[in-house]
Design a protein around this ligand. Sequence first.
Ligand code: 9UX
Length: 72
Amino acid sequence: QTEKLELDIQGMTCSACSTRIQKVLSKMKGVQEASINLTTETGTLQYEPGIVSVEEIIEKIKKLGYDAEIKK
Ligand code: 9UX
């Protein structure tokens, strides 16, 4: 069972930033798919809530040096 997660991501200034986040998140256990958009500063993910939490995903982004929150 996967769920969709939409995030607002702050701090990306070049396309290598978004590629980097996308790569790291895609490798996380429980994340099926991650698509990071530099222009709109958003990320769309498909993840398995039973395996990985939203908090863990956001923490991972913060550790890379960016800020993220659930899109409102
Ligand atoms: Mo280039 Mo994006 O250093 O952080 S990857 S600005």
